[in-house]
Design a protein around this ligand. Structure first.
Ligand code: AMP
Ligand code: MG
Length: 348
């Protein structure tokens, strides 16, 4: 029987965390909140637990898992070296929404790294996550706790929808803070490369590292350009509806979306609109969903996946979304939104 327990970062339920730790030490799976999205945890050093994670998510087994730690010293045992620039980055941003890729040590099974000789490591800041990792023995493989290809979970109920009958326990810590997966920086080549944009944006990385390279697959509008992160190659974050993103001058976007939505509604389709609190008054028809407000870009990031799931649950067939090139995390928001849309864009 799957168990759901609730707690907050301020009020940890130590008894429940101990139980969850036992489940993990025995090779079971526990979903838990982090500051980015909910993770599906299994013992990263146990090949059988990693296999269970892939099976529960329906994830292709060549798509490696991120290993989560809760003490900075624990990094040493699972990597073969720590480059000087990685040392600086971890001092600046760990614990936090940053994943770094290193050459792995023998301790990490290939089942966890998707057969690669490198390992991705993150030290989350969420207190529930840190306590759970420690209870579990220090190393949790934890991809996002969704069925592969569905939007990542930002609430415990999303985990329950996707994995409720496939895992042993869910720790419900309420809504996550950030709502986008971690920034990934690869340190296995001569100079660091950003493989996935996130809440830590390019300028925050450059403050510490100097100029950084960005994986060309992230910047390309062509989804066939091959990324170095296996997971970035798959269609991802996709809602069931046909999602189209409208790009152009902010003032022109609502007019174009009104036109597109009107055509679909006329043809009898259930049609949704993703907009912000600043623009929601501009749409007379369609199922209108305000994702947050432009003046607070973090609110847009936090609600993106929730909005995509809501449209799925409502059986919406077409979704038109405004674009959100906000100043700091706009790059990460648009990376996820364009992937969800399969790069279907209308430029005006
Ligand atoms: P998720 O766990 O769902 O947040 O996805 C993890 C992401 O990290 C995927 O895109 C993986 O392909 C990527 N990743 C994990 N480990 C590695 C690695 N060793 N080398 C390159 N990418 C990795
Ligand atoms: Mg994922």
């Amino acid at each position: 029987m799957m168990k759901i327990v609730q707690m907050t970062e301020k009020q940890l339920n130590i008894e429940a965390l101990r139980k969850a730790g036992e489940i993990l030490q025995r090779g079971g799976l526990v979903a838990f909140p982090t500051e980015t999205v909910y993770g599906l945890g299994g013992n990263a050093l146990d090949p059988e637990a990693s296999k269970k994670i892939y099976a529960a998510k329906g994830r292709p087994s060549d798509n490696p898992l991120i290993v989560h730690i809760a003490k900075i010293e624990d990094l040493l045992a699972i990597v073969s070296e720590i480059p000087e620039k990685a040392e600086r980055l971890k001092k600046a941003y760990w614990p936090g929404p940053l994943t770094m890729i290193f050459h792995k040590s023998d301790k990490v099974p290939y089942e966890t790294t998707g057969g690669l000789d490198s390992v991705a490591v993150r030290f989350p800041s969420n207190r529930i996550a840190k306590a759970l990792i420690q209870q579990a023995g220090g190393y949790l493989a934890a991809p996002s706790a969704n069925i592969s290809g569905r939007p990542s979970p930002t609430l415990a109920v999303h985990v329950q929808e996707d994995l409720g009958d496939r895992i042993d326990m869910i720790i419900d810590g309420g809504q996550v803070d950030i709502g986008l997966e971690s920034t990934i920086v690869d340190f296995t080549e001569d100079s660091p490369i950003v493989l996935r944009p996130g809440y830590l944006d390019r300028s925050m990385l450059e403050q510490v590292l100097g100029e950084v390279r960005i994986d060309h697959a992230i910047l390309s509008a062509d989804s066939r350009v091959r990324s170095k992160a296996p997971g970035m190659r798959y269609k991802h974050y996709a809602p069931q509806a046909d999602l189209v993103v409208v790009k152009g001058l902010e003032k022109d976007i609502p007019g174009k979306i009104r036109e597109l939505v009107h055509e679909k509604i006329d043809a009898g389709y259930k049609t949704g609109i993703i907009c912000t609190s600043e623009t929601k008054g501009e749409y007379p028809e369609g199922i209108i969903c305000s994702i947050g407000c432009r003046a607070d870009e973090e609110s847009i990031a936090r609600h993106l996946y929730e909005v995509l799931r809501k449209f799925d649950n409502d059986g919406v067939e077409y979704i038109y979304s405004e674009s959100f090139y906000t100043p700091r995390i706009g790059e990460a928001i648009m990376n996820r939104l364009l992937k969800a849309a399969g790069h279907e864009i209308i430029e005006i």
